[in-house]
Design a protein around this ligand. Structure first.
Ligand SMILES: CC(C)(COP(=O)(O)OP(=O)(O)OC[C@H]1O[C@@H](n2cnc3c(N)ncnc32)[C@H](O)[C@@H]1OP(=O)(O)O)[C@@H](O)C(=O)NCCC(=O)NCCS
Length: 176
């Protein structure tokens, strides 16, 4: 599906600010690549060099410019503590992805950040937002549930070049 080409540059609620990833955010990208479970559960590769981290950030910026998605730095108390994004890979629904540095976890930050994105999606008329989790990524599954996603099944996707079984989750706006 097409995402509206003008994704907001920022979102905020009472506790978190999401601001569009920019070139200067490569150290955050690099820091996330040094967190074992982020590498285990997401598409990021371990131990990115500065150049690799810059390229990954640039890829996200290019996707934003092409209207294919937005990736945002999550800030809490003014500190960058992770990233969250919404994008589309083609014909399917919009998808969200997220990862936080360990120090920011356990305080509802992911829940708040994802809610900001799905609430925006509902406001602009997107009728479904999806996400994928590894079957044994319980933290992400709890987060998905807490944000209103419902488990819908399983799929096989290429993750870092390997066919991988993932759970599929769906968020749909309430119709009543
Ligand atoms: C998944 C992740 C973003 C959660 O971030 P967070 O800010 O700690 O999550 P929240 O505080 O908003 O918690 C949301 C729910 O998940 C639960 N949760 C969080 N961490 C958990 C853990 N390690 N084990 C079990 N449940 C966990 C919380 O208790 C809460 O559920 P509840 O309200 O029913 O109690 C974080 O653990 C992370 O970055 N993991 C590595 C990257 C990753 O897995 N990304 C997702 C790929 S699909």
């Amino acid at each position: 599906m097409d995402l509206p080409s003008l994704l907001p540059r920022s979102f905020k609620d009472g506790e978190v600010v999401l601001r569009l990833l920019s070139n200067s955010d490569w150290p955050l990208e690099q820091a996330l690549s040094n967190v074992a479970d982020v590498v285990r559960w997401t598409s990021v590769s371990a131990g990115l060099s500065e150049q690799e981290a810059r390229e990954r950030v640039q890829h996200s910026i290019s996707r934003y410019r092409a209207g294919a998605g937005g990736r945002y730095v999550v800030e809490r108390y003014g500190l960058a503590c992770g990233t969250v994004g919404i994008g589309t890979a083609g014909d399917g629904p919009a998808e969200v992805g997220y990862a936080l540095l360990p120090a920011a976890r356990g305080a509802g930050v992911a829940t708040r950040s994802i809610r900001l994105l799905v609430e925006w999606a509902v406001r602009v008329g997107i009728d479904e937002v999806a996400l994928h989790t590894f079957p044994d990524n319980l933290a992400s599954q709890r987060t998905a549930s807490r944000c209103g996603f419902v488990l819908t099944g399983q799929t096989i996707r290429a993750v870092k070049g390997a066919d991988t079984a993932l759970l599929t989750w769906s968020y749909r706006p309430r119709t009543v």
